[in-house]
Structures are given as structure tokens and as C-alpha cells.
Write a new protein. Sequence first.
Length: 302
Amino acid sequence: MTAGKTAGKTAGKEAAAAGADGTRTVDAHHHVWDLRTRDQEWLAADGLAPLRRNFLLADLVPEAAAAGVDATVVVQTVTVPEETPELLALADADNPVAGVVGWTDLTSPGVADALAGLRERPGGDRLVGIRHQVQGEPDPRWLLRPDVARGMRALSEAGLVHELVVLPHQLPAAVEAAAAHPDLVFVLDHLGKPPVADGRSEPWAGDLRRLAGLPNTVCKLSGLVTEARRDAWTVADLRPFADTALEAFGPRRLMFGSDWPVCLLAASYGRVVDTARALTAHLAPAERAEVFGGTAARVYGI
């Protein structure tokens, strides 16, 4: 299971991503944005005031280094065509970014050409996947639209993954979509955003297990702290949801992501990393190495 991305890495990126021996840690999910470049309209929502400022890679690098993170995957935040080339250019520089999950219009008849164009840009060899903000789509079956299916076929042909950011009620459609496209790898962000604050596991858990039953699916151990009670969560609050994902997907199909800077609404970067380590402390060392690096390296081909 790979996004087919192996060429064009700098020596530093090769060192960060080399091997799956547990010696490196990959943060498979973070964001960056510069409000001087463009507005992030989603930050106008209630409760997001602390995020209404610039968060640059230079802010993340020391935090990641202090937490023992060697390589990262940066993920899109807005559905505009200009953002992805900027993220690719960022990854093309000498820094820990080893992969980019970008955005392009999956419903466009020209999606294959758009993907090819992104590959030709500086840093295009680090494009590993495409994500659409499905969580904001009012149609719970958006993933099953014929025009979206055409876009998924283009992703598969390009050797890219389809990154899923969905809400729990959209998981059944994600299961159907993944079953309909067995040659495309689907990466589920944030465990499908389970209702951690409410302490409820169903129907989320059942739908997650159905998704995990498909071999072309992977899940990110990310985003849980902001689904919990942000001012009063504990590792114990998160454990049932993390355990469900571990049991369903197994360590070789689960990858750690910080969801920085969104995670700062509930925890520091270091605390997020420490929490993920606590949630996986019962695993064998080789299994932990998969969650914290091996899975991301294999799935994204970084």
C-alpha cells in the first residue's frame, strides 16, 4: 500500500524517511497558514479565536524537534487551487516536510490534468494525496456522486491517496466509496471525528470497523484532543476511541498525526505527542514504530 512516491528526495529527506526500524517519528498530519497570503474563512467559527493568527512552518519545527519528530506531512486547509502549489514549494525547501496532501476539485472533468500539473510544479514529487472538506458538504453521500467517483479514479491512476475528513454520520458513505474503489487508498483523518466529549462510541465504532474491514483503508491517530472536552480532557477519555481504532486497523494501518495548530485549542504540541505515546504504550516496540513512522512512510511513499 503506497502512494507511489519514491523519487526526487533530498539527502536530508531520505535520512528522515529511511527505513521502518523505529528510529524516526513522522507527524503525518499538520497544517500551516499565513493570513497575510489569504484569509482562512473557517476560522470565523465560534471557539476558534486562538487560531486566528499566522502559523508558519518555522513555528512548528522547534516544537517537532523537541518532541522527537523527524519528518512531517502538511495537509490542506482551504479549497482554493492556489494553496497546494504553495505547500509543494514549502516541501521543496530544506525542512522536515516530506509529503503534501493538497486539494484540487475532484468533481472537475479536468482533474487528471490538474493532478499532472501539480506534479510538474516545484515540489510536485512530494504530492502524496488529495483531500476535500467532505465534513462541510451538506449531502451525507457526497463521496458517492458520479463526478466524485471520476475524481477518485484519477487519484488512483496518479498513485495518490484520497484523504478523508468526514464526520461520523458520513462514515457509511466512506465505506461504500472505499469498497467501490479497491485500487485507491483511503486515509481517514482524526478517526472520523468520534464524539469523545459525549463518551459515546456508537454508531461511530461500528462504522469505523466496517471501514477498517476494507484492505485499502488507513486511519490517522489524530484530532482526538479537540473532539474531547478541550479544557478538561484526560488520556483515559481518549483511550476507548484509540483502542477501537487500533483493534480495527492494527498498527500497520494506523499513523500518528498532531493536527497542529488546531490541536492547540486543547493541548500543546508536546502534550499531543506524549498522549499518542501513552495511548500506544501497550504495543510492542515494532508496532509503535509503525504508528509513529512506518505506516506513514509506506502509505505516502515518503
